[in-house]
Design a protein around this ligand. Structure first.
Ligand SMILES: [Zn+2]
Length: 88
């Protein structure tokens, strides 16, 4: 096995990955991977408490508008990252 050839990261699948940036041998393989679904579920759980903090920060945020803006900016950064993960 050469260092360049990577094996599909779905458990039980030993197909080589064709693209250097890809983790799976195919889109189908990625879509049916139960571990990927588990990761996406965990990722969704970590994002949710942050959005709750943001909702709470808005009524009390008048005392510190800069902190409120920082929270908003942080949340926006997280959204494209999550989308990219779903697309990849
Ligand atoms: Zn595969």
């Amino acid at each position: 096995m050469s260092a360049k050839t990577r094996i599909c990261c779905r458990r039980g699948c030993n197909e080589p990955v064709k693209k250097p940036t890809a983790k799976y041998c195919s889109i189908q393989c990625c879509a049916i991977d139960p571990e990927r679904h588990e990761r996406l579920r965990k990722h969704a759980k970590t994002v949710l408490p942050m959005s709750r903090q943001l909702t709470l920060a808005i009524p009390g945020g008048a005392a510190n508008p800069e902190a409120q803006l920082a929270l908003l900016g942080h949340d926006r950064e997280d959204v494209p990252a999550g989308m990219a993960r779903l697309g990849g």
